[in-house]
Design a binder for this molecule. Sequence first.
Ligand code: ADP
Length: 274
Amino acid sequence: MRLILLGPPGAGKGTQAQRLISKYRIVQLSTGDMLRAAVAAGTPVGLQAKAIMDRGELVPDAVVVAIIADRIDQPDAKNGFVLDGFPRTVAQAEALDRLLAERSLRLDAVIELAVDEGILLKRIEKRVADMTARGEKVRSDDNPEVLKGRLAAYRALTAPLSYYYASKGIHRVVDGMDPIDEVTAAIDRLLAKARTKSRTKAGTKAAKAKPGKASPKARSKAKSKARSKARSKARAKPRAKAASRKAGSRPRKASKNKGGMRKSGTRRRLTKAR
Ligand code: ADP
């Protein structure tokens, strides 16, 4: 499962990402967290990013794309990932497309958490108050002034990604103002649909790509279907012949439906007995 969570600062991407990683056993790739770790470690990237982040502006595309390229190749990302805070510009989205294509990987869905900007400020104020109460260090960019800049950057550079992914048919929106559990449930529903769709697509693609060359599983399924069809035909023939001799009419085809009904009736009785 490979996903992107889109949404302005404070939309709840981090909270939902945490739930997604335990449910799907994937990793959360948050460029914000990675950059903060680089700042804390004093790496060259961290030194370059610190002032930009403190102003609420965006770190250069090349920097974050290099971080992500390196990260998705790590073994723990093989099972999938949820990107949180990346891509943030169309150029980053295009770079991500290239990175994935080079690795023959695909995105399953891009989920946008739609929120009311007026309420975001209150949410972030609460986050700061909660963190302070717990004695945790507050992010240097979590203050009303910088938040305005982060929101402006989101509107100008990140919001256009909705159209970018909508044109690819993988963009979905959930109401980020709903209670956390409801947002999670809405995401789950979307992902269940997206997975069914991508499985169906993959199946159709495989069948189209190699006519006559089905997968071993599909081959054995088709074989057993053919075998059971032949068996039921063989069983139906003598009965039909006998019936036609008796009635002096043409043999009727055995009804498929009848067998099915009997079977399900039996199953129902068994369930009741249990
Ligand atoms: P937010 O809570 O605002 O969504 P993040 O924790 O994702 O913030 O990121 C914090 C800061 O890190 C951003 O304001 C920006 O300066 C920088 N940053 C994070 N991800 C990116 C990115 N993909 N491109 C450019 N800058 C980024």
